[in-house]
Design a protein around this ligand. Sequence first.
Ligand SMILES: [Zn+2]
Ligand SMILES: [Zn+2]
Length: 141
Amino acid sequence: MAKAPAGSVCLNHPNTPAVTRCATCSKPICQQCIIKHGGVSYCSTLCRDNAVRTGAMVEDVQKRKGAANFKRFVIRLVQLLILLAVLGAAYWYYKNNKSKVDSKLQQGIQKVEQGKQELMDKGHNVIKDSQYKKDRENLIK
Ligand SMILES: [Zn+2]
Ligand SMILES: [Zn+2]
């Protein structure tokens, strides 16, 4: 608890030494003026009520913050669970349809190979065309 500085007097009783300070406004107060609330000393009911109200507000904000954090945590957890479920389902599907998936994969690879081959053939044709053009040009000359 905040002790009143040595030699200070109560603001309400200039002839009485202060024993403590108000927890809200820090006024030095004497034993007579202390208004106790929850083990804390205040100079007046106004200061006490202010402190109680502020305390309640802080508590409320903290509660709301806690609720928001909890909500975010739950959302993250749900997202993680969905991800795990999707991965698990994918793994399960692969395990149960390994041959199907593998053959599809093979088909895909084959298609890519085919596409590559076609592209290379086309490339050959382009070269052939240009060779053909050059031959024609040589003929004209
Ligand atoms: Zn006060
Ligand atoms: Zn006093």
